[in-house]
Design a protein. Structure first.
Length: 108
């Protein structure tokens, strides 16, 4: 009997950790960015910060601040570490794409 509350707490902790490591793309309503992160805004209003890797942070920040129209392309049905994504920008010089991978997710 004493084991049951311990198991319940352990399951809750594991499910919470799982939720921070992965989310379904269908739960993303819109997106934005802050200095070194993508910000995924979910339908329930929660915000998930995505720390990029494979692209340099200076390139990432330059793309985010210098381009007028930006589109986010996630190439998986789940956002989790190592999933590739790209940010496509359009400006007066044409279209350019910055390819990155998800390094880490955290609730913002």
């Amino acid at each position: 009997m004493k084991l049951l509350p311990l198991v319940a707490v352990a399951l809750f902790t594991v499910s919470g950790a799982q939720a921070q490591d992965s989310l379904k793309t269908e739960t993303v309503e819109k997106w934005g960015y802050v200095k070194d992160h993508l910000v995924l805004i979910l339908h329930d209003g929660k915000q998930v910060l995505v720390e990029p890797k494979q692209c340099s942070l200076s390139e990432f920040n330059a793309k985010m601040t210098s381009t007028e129209k930006l589109d986010l392309h996630l190439t998986s049905s789940h956002v989790r570490p190592n999933v590739p994504f790209s940010v496509t920008g359009r400006d007066e010089e044409g279209t350019s794409r910055l390819k990155c991978r998800v390094n880490r997710l955290s609730l913002g």
